[in-house]
Write a new protein. Structure first.
Length: 129
């Protein structure tokens, strides 16, 4: 499994780590698990840490479907804030850009960062309504 979930009690953030090459089914599964875990913890702030992700172009449908369909189906609140930590692999940067654009175009609050500390700072500054 190329992903794992982590809960940071203070400051109440769920962090999803995705490592290595991930297929579309794995990305959808990881997103659904992140949302369910966040709901269980009462969390509305998330980090998607894809620093070590390799995203082939064949995952573009999954990258699109996560915010376009899965978020609503899973009941993710649009008041949630999602910080994405960009991949080191330049060839995988397209996935983060595409994901952020798709999210923002549908009303989700998403920002991409190169640095995890800046991502956490943004989440702490972003109010949940």
């Amino acid at each position: 499994m190329p992903w794992k979930l982590e809960y940071h009690e203070q400051p109440q953030i769920v962090e999803l780590h995705i490592h290595g090459r991930a297929g579309g089914d794995e990305l959808r599964e990881a997103a659904a698990a992140r949302i369910a875990f966040g709901r269980d913890k009462g969390v509305h702030k998330y980090i998607i840490n894809v620093r070590h992700l390799e995203a082939p172009r064949s995952t573009s449908t999954a990258v699109f479907e996560i915010p376009a369909r899965l978020y609503d189906e899973a009941g993710l609140s649009r008041s949630s804030a999602i910080a994405v930590i960009a991949p080191i692999d330049a060839a995988s940067q397209w996935a983060v850009n595409f994901f952020e654009d798709t999210c923002v175009n549908r009303g989700w609050r998403v920002e991409t960062f190169l640095d995890r500390d800046r991502a956490v700072d943004w989440l702490l500054e972003t109010p949940v309504w």
